[in-house]
Design a protein around this ligand. Structure first.
Ligand code: PBG
Length: 300
């Protein structure tokens, strides 16, 4: 049920702590390979890869997203070389690569939806050619699931799954993640014109209808715990494989309280993961994936 998100950075032999996410590190590709081996040993079925792009590679159009040898594609190739029994999910969005930190192309302060979708399709193709098994569009542009599906089909890449970030809310809980990929420093403005309004449930239903019709294999709700009502409604309405993302801010809150001795961190973590399952999630993307897998292995 677990998907483990990890962060990739340039270099070798590097494990760089992320200050706002205790225990989470940015990994150079060789270290990511070691974590992939660890994940397989722990029975974690999928890793989700996110890059920290060096500043000089960030530009207005996020062109590094289209480099077939960028960090994420290189990590996919290196991990796949080992023939491990582990799936790779890659993120489709431009924010790790743009100088302004937005997930799409900008015209002044406006997002260019359709132009962005074209670029996302090319980004996804590179990732699948590098070995990605699941494409995770987190960009929130309209129409991207259908477009990515069509471009994969026309390249005869028919076995790839798409996990749509279906209900991704414009949330304060993404702060530590933006530290991890370096976009807290770059982001200009906010993402409220393309991410969802926290008060809106019906839009999540409409988005799910669209994503499923466009060819999504799985749908996702994000953040997780504060949005369990949405997880429940989507699972109950559509009966699709439904995932929740326990995002960086949720992780950071549990860690911070535990570090102060205010709560029992492991118990709070297990309870939060149980709550996702109770709400109907088939699986959870969580930075706790290795920790929970270890705890559960100790118990058996
Ligand atoms: C951006 C993206 C974000 C996350 C995953 N992909 C943040 C954002 O929308 O700014 C957040 C994940 C987390 O907080 O753990 N494409």
């Amino acid at each position: 049920d677990l998907i483990w998100p990890i962060f990739i950075v340039e270099g070798s032999g590097i494990r760089q702590p992320v200050a706002s996410m205790p225990g989470v590190e940015r990994l150079s590709v060789d270290e990511a390979v070691k974590d992939a081996i660890r994940a397989e040993g722990l029975g974690i079925p999928v890793l989700a890869l996110f890059p920290y792009t060096n500043d000089e590679l960030r530009d207005e159009t996020g062109s590094e997203a289209l480099n077939p040898n960028n960090l994420v594609c290189t990590a996919c190739r290196e991990i796949k070389k080992l023939g491990l029994n582990i799936g790779l999910m890659t993120d489709v969005a431009l924010d790790p690569y743009t100088s302004h930190g937005h997930d799409g192309l900008l015209d002044g302060d406006k997002i260019l939806n359709d132009e962005t979708v074209d670029q996302l399709c090319r980004q996804a193709l590179n990732q699948v050619e590098a070995g990605a098994d699941i494409i995770g569009p987190s960009d929130m542009m309209d129409g991207r699931v259908a477009a990515i599906r069509a471009s994969l089909d026309s390249a005869n890449l028919r076995g790839t799954q798409i996990m749509a970030y279906t209900a991704k809310y414009a949330s304060a809980f993404y702060g530590p993640f933006r530290d991890a990929i370096g976009t807290n420093a770059t982001l200009i403005g906010d993402k409220r014109t393309y991410q969802m309004d926290s008060g809106n449930t019906d839009e999540a239903i409409r988005e799910a209808e669209l994503d499923i019709a466009e060819g999504a294999d799985m749908i996702m709700v994000k953040p997780g715990l504060p949005y369990l009502d949405i997880v429940w409604r989507l699972k109950d309405t559509f009966r699709m494989p439904t995932y929740a993302y326990q995002v960086s801010g949720e992780f950071a809150m549990i860690e911070a309280a535990a570090a102060n001795g205010w709560i029992d961190g492991d118990r709070a973590m297990l309870e939060s993961l149980l709550a996702f399952k109770r709400a109907g999630a088939d699986g959870v993307l969580t930075y706790y994936a290795p920790r929970v897998a270890e705890l559960l292995a100790d118990r058996t």
